[in-house]
Design a protein around this ligand. Structure first.
Ligand code: ZN
Length: 247
């Protein structure tokens, strides 16, 4: 069975950035996984939570509900500090991701680019940096060799994609997005389901109107990606399928 792993920064990224793609590939028989690095406790929008611990618990539950709607086979929220991923320990975070890549053994990995993916959020950028190093290092037996002494074997995913877009949002700091190399047609129905999944993140309700508008008016029924790396050399070419070239 083919496997798709998505690495995100906050609960709701799985829906807002990658939701249509996750749904599409699950429906095509691909096993889907989401690893989210933070519980999103730096959020301005906090629902009824009175503390960070309460907000973390609520957002973890929202993430689980969203993953269920998006038919994600396995979702996990790690415990790194929200809004501070640029100060997290690179060796540790990448090690945790390498461990999961070696366990899950995905064919394709998708994450944000170093621009921070459409919103320019620093946590998105860092999630992409960590995931990129994990993509590279999971396949080398000289990286995190202690994991390999516990029965795991190294694993090379075939392709690494960054979330990107051919438009920009207003009111953001400047950033330079990765080029669009893959346009995935998610269709109207999955587009609606993606919005529905985002809205299961009830703590983020004040964002719903703006996000819904971005999805339907700007992005339409497409999610766009940049092919950042492959396990073998190849020329760049436009794609409509993240699993193109993988049987
Ligand atoms: Zn986010």
């Amino acid at each position: 069975m083919l496997k798709l792993l998505c690495v995100t920064a906050h609960p709701d990224d799985e829906a807002g950035a990658f939701g249509g793609t996750l749904l599409l590939y699950e429906e095509r028989g691909v096993e889907t996984f989401v690893i989210c690095l933070t519980a999103g406790t730096a959020a301005r929008n906090r629902g009824t939570a009175r503390s960070d611990a309460e907000l973390a618990a609520i957002r973890r539950a929202e993430f689980a509900a969203s993953c269920k709607l998006l038919k994600v086979n396995y979702g996990e929220v790690l415990d790194y500090p929200d809004s501070k991923l640029d100060r997290a320990d690179l060796h540790q975070v990448v090690g945790e991701l390498v461990l999961r890549i070696r366990r899950i053994r995905p064919d394709v990995l998708m994450t944000f680019g170093p621009d921070g993916g459409l919103t320019g959020h620093l946590d998105h950028a860092m999630a992409g940096v960590f995931a990129t190093m994990a993509f590279e290092w999971a396949g080398r037996d000289d990286r995190y060799p202690e994991q390999l002494q516990q029965g795991l074997t190294s694993h090379r995913a075939r392709k690494l994609y960054y979330h990107t877009a051919d438009f920009r949002l207003d009111d953001r700091q400047p950033f330079s997005p990765p080029t669009v190399t893959a346009r995935i047609e998610i269709g109207r129905e999955r587009s609606h389901k993606k919005i529905e999944a985002f809205q299961l993140h009830a703590t983020q309700a004040p964002l719903f109107e703006r996000v819904r508008k971005n999805f339907s008016q700007v992005a339409g029924p497409f999610e766009m990606y940049h092919l950042a790396a492959t396990s073998g050399p190849r020329d760049a070419k436009p794609e409509t399928d993240l699993f193109e070239g993988i049987s």
